[in-house]
Design a protein around this ligand. Structure first.
Ligand SMILES: [Zn+2]
Length: 265
């Protein structure tokens, strides 16, 4: 091509060399961009790993948490049952009070009755109320007995719940501490990362960051022996040409990662 240029008119030669120069500058800019992205990728690979570990932490206490919550739910059920028994007993106690008042009233009326028939009828009525009262007393005693048994069961369950809570909180504390250590590690990269982003245009940076997020922290991959370093797919001759030309961001047609040739950088 240089030979062809040397045989052309001077003006055409000049135009040709300008084109070559523009191409060289563009390729150099692209190489600069790729080098910056590769440097950023090194940081992001570590940050991604730390963030992945942070996400995994809660799962480490999930079983213990589930165990504790199961016991807590059981204990709360018992609490509800105890409240139900309490309410039922109080209602019966009110009924009992009404029956007692009815007996007093009926006894008062009894004193005023004139005929034997009326007297016997009232006595019968009083006996019926007393019978109802006795039934209520039995029911109240039964409810009190149930409450007492439930209170014993609750006391035992409370010991279990407290123990499970202690185990869970101790493990959670360890996990929270581990998360803090990992977050601190991520934070130490922040300054370095901000610096590494300098000079990368926003559109390319946004595209790269989407890839980091969606491709398990790996957005930049070298092509080695004509295969993508991300998905290992063999690259076509056309793709290899594009990579060597270095005048555009080349992305794998299979995994969409940004590719580069290590030797070209
Ligand atoms: Zn690929």
């Amino acid at each position: 091509m240089v030979l062809w240029a040397s045989s052309c008119e001077p003006s055409a030669q000049l135009e040709y060399y300008r084109l070559i120069e523009r191409y060289v500058v563009a390729a150099q800019n692209m190489k600069d961009l790729l080098r910056k992205l590769v440097a950023l990728q090194k940081i992001d690979a570590e940050v991604y790993q730390f963030k992945r570990e942070i996400k995994e932490q809660p799962a480490l206490v999930a079983d213990i948490k589930a165990q504790y919550e199961k016991k807590l739910t059981r204990y709360k059920e018992l609490q509800h049952n105890a409240q139900d028994l309490d309410r039922a007993r109080k209602a019966k106690e009110l009924d009992l009070k009404v029956k007692e008042e009815d007996i007093v009233k009926a006894n008062n009326v009894l004193m005023t009755l004139k005929t034997n028939k009326e007297y016997q009828a009232k006595l019968f009525e009083i006996e019926n109320i007393k019978s109802d009262k006795s039934l209520l007393e039995d029911e109240i005693l039964k409810l009190m007995d149930d409450s007492s048994k439930l209170a014993e069961e609750m006391a035992k369950e409370k010991v279990v719940v407290d123990e499970e809570e202690k185990i869970y909180l101790a493990e959670k504390e360890k996990v929270d501490a581990a998360i803090k250590v990992l977050l601190d590690k991520v934070a130490t990269f922040e300054g370095e990362r901000t610096q590494a982003c300098q000079g990368i245009d926003p559109a390319t940076l946004a595209m790269y960051e989407r890839l980091v997020e969606n491709r398990m922290g790996l957005a930049m991959v070298p092509v080695v022996k004509e295969s993508c370093g991300g998905c290992f797919m063999k690259q076509t001759a056309q793709m290899m040409n594009k990579l060597k030309m270095c005048d555009e961001v080349v992305r794998c047609e299979t995994c969409a990662r940004i590719q580069y040739l290590e030797a070209e950088l």
